[in-house]
Design a protein around this ligand. Structure first.
Ligand SMILES: [Fe+2]
Length: 389
C-alpha cells in the first residue's frame, strides 16, 4: 500500500513572529498586497498595528474587509475585483477562519473565470484550478479553525444557499504567522469555543479511520497542549505562553485532520446553518452526547485499537486510561469547566427540526471517517437524546 502525507506549511511561531514576518516582506517585497482582514480587527485597532508596521517597511497594502462571518461568493468576487484593480500581487489575511478562507478564495477568483459552483470540490472542481495562484500569507488571531495550514476554503453559494468547499494544494498559505500578542484580546467565551474547535479537530483526527501515524502523533500532542493551556488562555487572556501554545495546537489540529474528522463535526455543521450557533460552541455542545451515544449503543463495534485511543485521551484529561468508556463524561466536564453552556436546547434545538438536521448531518462528509459508521436514523436518535439532557 502506498501512502501520501503532506506537512508543507512554513509556520513562524511565538512572540516577535509578526515583526520578523513584516521585516521579511520588507526584504523580498513581493507585493503590492491585498490585506484581507476582519472588520472587527479594524474597529479595535489591532489591524492598524499591522498596517503601520507594513508602512514602516514601505510595503504597499490595500485593505479589504467587506465580508461576512460565513463568506459569500459575491464578497469573494468583490475581493477578486479589488485584487485586480489595485494590481496586487500577493495576499495577506488576518483574523479568524473567515478572513483566511476569503483570501484563499480571492486568490482563485483573481486568476480564474467562472462561478463558485465550477470550483466545488465535491464535484471535482479542483481540476478547474489550473492557473498559478498568487502567494498568500496568513496571520490568525484566533486559535481554532487552523485555516492557516489548510488548503481549502468554505464559501457560501448565494445560488444554492449552501456552503461550497474550494480545494487546491496551491491554496495553502506560504507562511502562517502565529504571534500570541495578536490573540491576547480575544474574549473568554470566544477563546473557549474556538479552543474546543481545535481540540475537536485533534480528537476526531486521532479517532478517525485510516492509516496516518504522523497525524495521530500531532493530534495527541495537540490535545495534551489544549488540556494544559486552554483553561489558562480562557482565565487570563494576557497569558502569552498559553496563547502561544493554543495557536500552535490549533494549527496542529488542522494539520492532523487531513486524516479525517468525525461525527461531531457532521452534527455541528447543520447546527450553525440552522441556528447560527458558533462552530466551536456547536462542537463543545455535541462532544459528550455524540461520543456517549456511541459508547452506550455501539460498544460491540469498538475495536481494541479504538478502545486504546479512547483510553489515551482519557489519560490526557486526567483520568485512568483503563476507564476508556469514561471519555464522553470527561469531555463534557472539560467543556463545562471553561464556562461553556452545553445545552443543545439552549442553542435552539427543537423537535420540529430533527428530520432536516439529521438529513443534513448525514449528507455532511465528515462522518465518513468516523470510526463507528452510523445511519441517518442513528444521527436522529443522537439529536433526540440531546433534547433530554
Ligand atoms: Fe471545526
Amino acid at each position: 500500500m502506498m501512502n501520501q502525507f503532506s506537512f508543507p506549511t512554513r509556520i513562524w511561531h511565538g512572540e516577535g513572529s509578526l515583526q520578523a514576518f513584516v521585516e521579511y516582506l520588507g526584504e523580498i517585497k513581493d507585493g503590492p498586497y491585498l490585506f484581507v482582514v476582519d472588520k472587527g480587527l479594524l474597529e479595535i485597532g489591532l489591524a492598524q498595528e499591522v498596517i503601520e508596521l507594513c508602512a514602516k517597511f514601505e510595503l504597499e497594502l490595500q485593505v479589504f474587509s467587506e465580508f461576512s462571518g460565513n463568506p459569500k461568493e459575491s464578497e469573494v468576487l468583490a475581493g477578486a475585483g479589488a485584487f485586480k484593480s489595485t494590481q496586487a500581487k500577493a495576499l495577506i489575511s488576518m483574523g479568524g477562519g473567515s478572513a483566511m478562507d476569503m483570501a484563499k478564495a480571492i486568490g482563485v477568483f483573481a486568476t480564474h473565470d467562472g462561478d463558485l459552483l465550477d470550483y466545488d470540490d465535491a464535484k471535482g472542481g479542483d481540476k478547474n484550478i489550473t492557473n498559478p495562484l498568487p502567494i498568500n500569507y496568513a496571520i490568525p488571531t484566533t486559535a481554532g479553525t487552523g485555516s492557516e495550514v489548510g488548503r481549502s476554503s468554505v464559501i457560501v453559494s448565494e445560488k444554492t444557499g449552501r456552503k461550497v468547499i474550494v480545494f487546491h494544494p496551491d491554496m495553502l498559505p506560504a507562511i502562517a504567522v502565529l504571534d500570541p500578542t495578536l490573540s491576547q484580546g480575544l474574549p473568554a467565551g470566544l477563546s473557549a469555543a474556538t479552543g474546543i474547535d481545535a481540540f475537536t479537530h485533534n480528537l476526531e483526527a486521532y479517532l478517525a479511520k485510516g492509516y496516518h501515524p504522523m497525524a495521530d502523533a500531532i493530534a495527541c500532542e495537540g490535545m495534551r497542549m489544549i488540556v494544559e493551556y486552554l483553561p489558562r488562555a480562557v482565565e487570563r487572556g494576557q497569558d502569552l505562553e498559553a496563547r502561544s501554545a493554543m495557536l500552535l495546537a490549533a494549527s496542529m489540529g488542522a494539520t492532523a485532520f487531513q486524516k479525517g474528522l468525525g461525527l461531531v463535526h457532521s452534527l455541528a455543521h447543520p447546527m450553525s446553518t440552522h441556528y447560527g450557533t458558533h462552530h466551536g460552541l456547536a462542537n463543545a455542545i455535541l462532544l459528550e452526547p455524540v461520543l456517549g451515544w456511541q459508547v452506550r449503543h455501539r460498544v460491540d463495534d469498538f475495536s481494541l485499537d479504538l478502545k486504546f485511543r479512547y483510553g489515551q485521551v482519557v489519560g490526557f484529561l486526567g483520568g485512568q486510561a483503563s476507564d476508556w468508556q469514561g471519555l464522553p463524561e470527561l469531555l463534557g466536564d472539560f467543556v463545562r469547566s471553561l464556562g461553556l453552556n452545553t445545552s443543545l436546547v439552549a442553542a435552539g434545538l427543537g423537535r420540529d427540526d430533527l428530520a432536516s438536521l439529521s438529513a443534513e448531518a448525514f449528507a455532511d462528509g465528515c462522518h465518513r471517517s468516523n470510526p463507528i459508521a452510523v445511519t441517518q436514523g442513528e444521527i436522529s436518535a443522537i439529536f433526540e437524546h440531546c433534547l433530554s439532557v
